[in-house]
Design a protein around this ligand. Structure first.
Ligand code: UDX
Ligand code: ADP
Length: 476
């Protein structure tokens, strides 16, 4: 094993791999960082001269890319060459929930991780430290180790037999603040057995993170800590959303309840914002991984406890679409509804598990005509999420009775609002907190409704504009 890491390869140029490697390259100019992916288009976009074309939108990311790209940060599809030359390999590929077979709907599909491990085993030379970075179920490192050692025993005749160490180094970055989270993490977690391998990875992070924040654990604790952190955060959101429903029924205000409980240091103030339901690629997947793990070990009460976090979230999203229908006199058929925000949270173009998918699908199912606005999500992406091609508005008008799903993506905010019966805010983009409601009221169909699932609208301004107003968890 070398005494210092000179070359890193990251397999997977996605939401985790891209920003994480960009920050490592920025902080460690002496290390060559190669990010590889099988998706040629994605790599082309990472290499695009126009920084607006980067495949991922993250505040501050384009600056880091501009500084490091082609200096010590490279994006390519050359898998073999980059694996061969790497001292350390990060596995940062997608691990979606299995859709069929054993554990379907709960367990993570490890086929991409497995494929990576095989590629690493095949092409590595000398000693390589393999770091699992994707969110993975507990004991995935064992799978990686087994694949690597199977190839090792196959190559006993080779003079330069490759050797490996496997570490778990889960990522805690949140989308929308990824660069900040990577630069100023609360902690870095490194799980593993070989002290020197752990030390080499710690050395990289210690370039910009104080050593007391770099925690060392055994590999399983590290994997389980990642799942647990996400499960706890998701649980807080389901908890506060459940309280929001009680607030609406009883006359309390969930924002006041959040503030009151959040000022108790034992509870803490963050992750207590009631919203349209949690989305993102991690929360649901990680909670379900925990459920699967608990079921596997016969811990059914534990499994049920965590599964209820996901059940509540699903119920909550439906509750919102149902109440929109109820407020609009029990039917939205043929009505125009403006959806503000399709990303699962602000400051990202990611739509994975976004609450908007369920809520929009429900409203389309009820016959509503949707005008969807989002400053960063592309029309093609919405089309994939809703599994329904967009239609021109004039065609919508003609086809109003033919039960086709109907929506359009609208670039201009006020055009999106024009002629609508209701506006539903689903993502907390800053520009939605500055909407001129008097102007909006003049161009909406009467009686007009504003639904604020993110508590970003000033209720007084909406009232002054004579609009009907609902906001999450507000029973007052
Ligand atoms: C999460 C974890 O925060 C991060 O540590 C992990 O590495 C990946 O998963 P992410 O999914 O990117 O990050 O975003 P996060 O900020 O956690 O938000 C997840 C969802 O919860 C979003 O839909 C967000 O809108 C929602 N949320 C968050 C709330 O509804 N209320 C809150 O108070 C906080
Ligand atoms: P995450 O949010 O975990 O980063 P993404 O889906 O954004 O997930 O990114 C994962 C990336 O990993 C994708 O761009 C995908 O093409 C890439 N990938 C998956 N399997 C492999 C593989 N065997 N080799 C290289 N890249 C891979």
């Amino acid at each position: 094993m070398k005494d210092k890491i000179e070359s890193i390869c990251c397999i997977g140029a996605g939401y985790v791999g891209g920003p994480s490697m960009a920050v490592i390259a920025e902080k460690c100019p002496e290390i060559k960082v190669n990010v590889i992916d099988i998706n040629e288009k994605r790599i082309e976009r990472w290499n695009s001269n126009d920084l607006k074309e980067l495949p991922i939108y993250e505040p501050g990311l384009s600056k880091v890319i501009e500084k490091c790209r082609n200096r010590n940060l490279f994006f390519s599809t050359s898998i073999r060459e980059n694996i061969e030359n790497a001292d350390m390999i990060f596995i940062s590929v997608n691990t979606p929930t299995k859709v069929k077979g054993l554990g379907a709907g709960k367990a993570s599909d490890l086929k991409w991780v497995e494929a990576c491990a095989r590629q690493v085993a095949k092409y590595s030379k000398g000693h390589t430290i393999v770091v699992e970075k994707s969110t993975l179920p507990v004991r995935t490192a064992e799978v990686i180790k087994k694949i690597l050692s199977a190839y090792q025993s196959d190559s006993t005749e080779m003079p330069n037999k490759p050797t490996f160490d496997v570490l778990s180094n889960p990522e805690f970055l949140a989308e929308g603040s990824a660069v900040y989270d990577l630069e100023f993490p609360d902690r870095v977690l490194i799980g593993g057995e070989n002290k020197k391998a752990i030390m080499l990875l710690s050395q990289i992070y210690s370039k910009w993170i104080s050593e007391d924040k770099i925690l060392h654990t055994n590999i399983w604790s590290s994997e389980l800590a990642k799942l647990t952190a996400n499960a706890f955060l998701a649980q807080r959101i389901s908890s506060i959303n459940s309280i929001g429903a009680i607030c609406e029924a009883t006359g309390a205000d969930v924002r006041e309840v959040s503030r009151a409980i959040g000022s108790d240091k034992r509870i803490g103030s963050r992750f207590l914002d009631s919203g349209p339901g949690f989305g993102g690629s991690c929360f649901k997947k990680d909670v379900l991984n925990l459920v699967y793990l608990a079921e596997h070990f016969g811990l059914l009460e534990v499994a049920n406890f965590w599964e209820s976090v996901v059940h509540l979230n699903n119920w909550h999203k439906r509750r919102i679409s149902n109440l929109v229908v109820q407020k609009l006199f029990g039917t939205v058929s043929g009505k125009n509804i403006t959806i503000l925000g399709f990303a699962f949270k602000a400051n990202t173009n990611d739509t994975r598990e976004s609450a908007a998918i369920q809520i929009c699908s429900d409203l389309l199912e009820e016959g509503a005509r949707l005008k969807i606005h989002d400053p960063k999500v592309k029309r093609e992406q919405i089309e994939i999420c809703l599994n329904a091609p967009t239609k021109e508005l004039n065609k919508i008008d003609k086809n109003i009775h033919n039960n086709e799903l109907m929506w359009i993506k609208e670039k201009n905010l006020y055009e999106a609002i024009r002629n609508s019966d209701a506006v539903i805010i689903l993502t907390e983009w800053e520009e939605y907190s500055d909407i001129n409601w008097i102007k909006a009221s003049k161009i909406m169909r009467k009686p007009s409704w504003i639904f604020d699932s993110r508590s970003i609208v000033n209720p007084q301004k909406v009232n002054e504009a004579n609009l009907n107003f609902w906001r999450i968890g507000d029973g007052s």
